[in-house]
Ligand binder design. Sequence first.
Ligand code: 6PG
Length: 266
Amino acid sequence: MTDSTVNYRNMGPEESKIFTFPTTELLAQMLAEKVLNMVRQSIISGRNFNIALSGGSTPRVLFEHIARDYRDPGIWDNSRFYWVDERCVPPDHPESNYRMAREALLRYLSHSYDNVFRIMGEEDPHREAERYGRLLMDQIPLTEGVPAFDLILLGIGRDGHTASIFPDQMELLWTDSPCAVAIHPDSGQRRITLSGRVINNADLVFFLVTGEEKADVVARIICKTGGFEEYPAAHIRPLYGILSWFLDDGAARLVNTMQNPGGSRG
Ligand code: 6PG
């Protein structure tokens, strides 16, 4: 499998890695293999693998790859599925992040739904944010008193939001609560989101980004140019873990240009 790994100085203490692929399919295939290797390692070490999934449309291709190639019984027995964020809608609503994950992934994995901990979008948002926060504090190992996931999968919006932390709600990056209520700036839709503190406490944070429409925001954040600090995603800097970007060539299109204005591939 061809991929090009280019190390850039990360915004935080750890260097981040950027994996770019000519197609979304190749990206999803490699990322699925990476996730399964981590799951297998956790089985060998006899511990749970706690993963938090993002919603939106991008993760679907990864979920479909995992569902197709890694549905064998037993693989997922020690994995526990959580969400990065959820829209405040019922679980069977077309916009539900849980519904997308269930349709594209979870229903194919031979494991009980006892390992699946959805955010209940149908409940009162503030009460549910508190409930989910308590659940994370109870179930996820803590580092410095903050839940520490093994892996958090993130997407990014063209406005630089990630999870449901939008540019006009930057305070959600640093709130002490593990979860918070957010409001989509355009639709007004309420959402429940992990805080930036929880995201930055994870062992591994993967940004999965595809499509040319994301190229500008991705390049500004990776190359730290053009007001990048205004983007919530630019503040995803794992304190103890590693940040990796998984980009198709469309999303990576401007990274090299901004990194090397002279035009040579770094
Ligand atoms: C959500 C996601 C959100 C998403 C970005 C990108 O609930 O929508 O958590 O942060 O990752 O908006 O969405 P796309 O993958 O649809 O471009």
